[in-house]
Design a protein around this ligand. Structure first.
Ligand SMILES: [Zn+2]
Length: 129
């Protein structure tokens, strides 16, 4: 991800949202937008049917390293063009409110991404939460 793009995006969010907007408002919008991403995914399953979820216990075996375990996503199929658009739109709104939260707290979104990326490269698979 380009650092400049993230900075531009964060600035756009800052320009659009009123300065001094309440953190309570941004926080609840952030959470709501996250629910909407999940809801869009569930609708792809239950209303459209382009993707399916079939879940079962993961095949963890004692003594087998996590990186050698073949984990199942429990997902089959691919998002159709319509559902893909909806999911991406909701993800975009979720990023919008994440950037808004960063603005309120004077945190640079590109630094958050950079620091997380560095953690991923040093910790690898054990960083999964
Ligand atoms: Zn679909």
């Amino acid at each position: 991800m380009e650092t400049e793009n993230l900075q531009t995006f964060q600035q756009q969010v800052a320009d659009l949202l009123l300065r001094h907007r309440s953190v309570l408002d941004v926080s609840s919008k952030f959470q709501e937008s996250n629910s909407r991403v999940n809801r869009a995914l569930m609708k792809s399953v239950t209303e459209c049917g382009c993707i399916r979820i079939q879940a079962a216990r993961q095949p963890f075996t004692e003594g087998t390293p996590l990186e050698e375990t073949n984990l199942d996503s429990h997902l089959s199929g691919l998002l159709c063009d319509h559902c893909l658009e909806v999911v991406k739109t909701e993800m975009g709104k979720n990023l919008f409110y994440l950037a808004a939260m960063c603005n309120l707290l004077e945190i640079r979104l590109d630094e958050v991404v950079k620091e997380e990326s560095e953690k991923l490269s040093t910790l690898g698979v054990f960083n999964m939460r």
